[in-house]
Design a protein around this ligand. Sequence first.
Ligand code: ADP
Ligand code: C5P
Ligand code: MG
Length: 207
Amino acid sequence: MSRPILIGIAGGTGSGKSTVANEIFYSLPGESIAVIEQDSYYKDQSHLTLEERKKTNYDHPDAFDTELLVKHLKMLLDGEAIEKPMYDFEVHNRKKETIKVEPKDIIILEGILILAEPEIRNLLDIKIFVDTDADVRIIRRIQRDIKERGRTIDSVIDQYMNVVRPMHMQFVEPTKRYADIIIPEGGCNKVAIDILIAKIKQILAKN
Ligand code: ADP
Ligand code: C5P
Ligand code: MG
């Protein structure tokens, strides 16, 4: 097996990163692809109370265990399996269980700050930024966080205004400059997703 290809999908919260990554994954059933979420690598916060964990800044690079993520990416690139951490948004903490990820020909890494970390950026073969307007992103986030992440509308808006928005402007948006490809709108951009799928098929055929 030749070295796996590592594809990074960055973009603001609610831009559609996870949707794009999953769309690619499920469009290529049975193919040698793994998806790694940067969210899975939020630092363990078991030493804090739930109230303290609610107050953590989850949009700053320091919130992530980048050391472990880089180690795992290098292992996958070297053809070794990893035990990927699992994250529980409802309790703001890593779960006790991990999930085994076998090495694959294509590794898709998605997350808000994957292009902000030089060590991660340097490992990526293809760098993508999903670019969705902030008004659309906050609407998507309100709906998703209430439905799937156990939040209230007030908590989402408060967190967005005080933390998510300023951190996005400081750390996420500037990384668009590192992207090879910019995908507007995320999940509904069928043209862009089809082009990516065609490229991935080409890589898989070569392997
Ligand atoms: P991210 O991982 O970038 O935060 P998600 O992929 O989780 O974004 O998308 C955020 C929310 O918006 C999800 O509930 C998802 O189903 C929805 N969504 C994603 N892309 C689209 C789209 N193109 N049109 C409508 N809703 C979308
Ligand atoms: O999927 P998405 O890119 O939206 O995931 C990242 C977002 O998750 C960050 O903007 C962060 O504010 C949010 N988050 C949260 N609570 C946590 C961990 C992350 O609201 N415990
Ligand atoms: Mg996501």
